[in-house]
Design a protein around this ligand. Sequence first.
Ligand code: UN1
Length: 496
Amino acid sequence: MVKLEAEKLQNFINGKWQEVDRSTAVINPATGEAIVQVPLSSEKHVDEAVLAAKKAQREWAHVPPPQRAEVLYRVGYLMKEKKERLSQLLTKENGKVIEEARGEVQEGIDMAFYMAGEGRRLFGQTTPAELRDKFAMSQRVPVGVIGIITPWNFPIAIATWKSFPAIIAGNAVVWKPATETPIMAFELAKIFEEAGLPKGVMNVVFGSGSEVGNALVHHGDVQVISFTGSNDTGREIAAACGRQLKKVSLEMGGKNAVIVMDDADIDLAVEGILWSAFGTSGQRCTACSRVIVHETVKVDLEARLLTRMKELTIGNGADETIKVGPIINEAGLAKIDSYINIGKEEGARLLAGGHALTDGEKQKGNYFAPTLFTDVSSNMRIAQEEIFGPVVSLIPIKNFEEAIEVNNSVAFGLSSSIFTKDVNRVFQAQRDLDTGIVYVNAGTTGAEIHLPFGGTKGTGNGHRDSGVQALDVFTEWKAIYVDYSGKLQRAQIDVE
Ligand code: UN1
């Protein structure tokens, strides 16, 4: 049994562990038990962390990136060594089943090695200059202090998508993790400490969005905010950053669809839907919450889906045999429940689930039955709004064009998927689906860390997490001209 070292977590500021007076309990969503106390910090802790980050960043920016990378390699190896411990703690605080927890920790390990490798790239460009005896190049340079605000649904992976590129690029970080899942942040900070990251380069301040998040967003010495979370909060952050001319990167969810065409391998599509709709109990930004199905295969797909849904084991994800874990908290359950009523009122047909599960041990946690609505039309709220739970809506369509139109009809644009064997449709779909991520013959989840993660429309604001593209968020471009002609040469004027 994995044990926590402390009963109360501490902030990590300037390389020191700091007690905070106020705190609240972190609850295991599978059992309702309190696991640990998380600090509720205030603005003064943010001020302290930003000051430490600002000082540390000046020196860190001068450390050659391949040497910065050495720290990240050590972080990666330490995460690998502690993978099982981290995974078990992740299941405990977040509820996701242990197999998925291991997958998430692996995503963080992959990110460490990938971004460490960037320490020897961080490519700029050398280009010809338009004048004789003149040299021109562009370089990535660090921005300064980065504020990172991360959600509870991927408490370690998303943190690594943001903090590792920020650090390799020579920035310092102040990180506010979600209060529901602070243990991963605490453990990662310990790993940074053990890996020998200079003090102040990574700081963790626990607390609420309204206090700590807000202070970070409004702090004059924080140059970038990188946020993953709800659309409403993201809009507020973007507005606040806009007023301060602060760079902001947002990732805010989806209403992702799997398209099942008439020529699809139906059994494969069923597996793809099950995994992407009910994995993490549907609490992924990339979760499949719509199935756009060709009318000729609809009845068959419904039947096969229902059969497989009955086989899903639901319960405490620490048990290796469980496939679907709990919902993060009661507010999450209540939101899902409200959408069941909305769906029924809108005239959708409920084929399975649609209620919380309270039998036996489950009454202590927050469980919701995997739910399937059918005969849903694309304009219904259950087909337009993010539910963030194990609820999927089947929308029948007549042809490929209608499938694309329905997929693209939502306010979000994160992930989409199509099951078909027709190579022409595959290429048309990857061109016409308007999301940032497209899957062919796979569900809507499963992003790999070396590709850009993010989406269009209401999902984001044009930036990407992970991938080499994440570096664009955490660097500025500097253009450098060296004139070695020994005379004044004026660009655009003295061109022969
Ligand atoms: C998220 O839900 O915000 O592709 C992240 C996936 C995971 C990451 C999801 N690798 O579903």
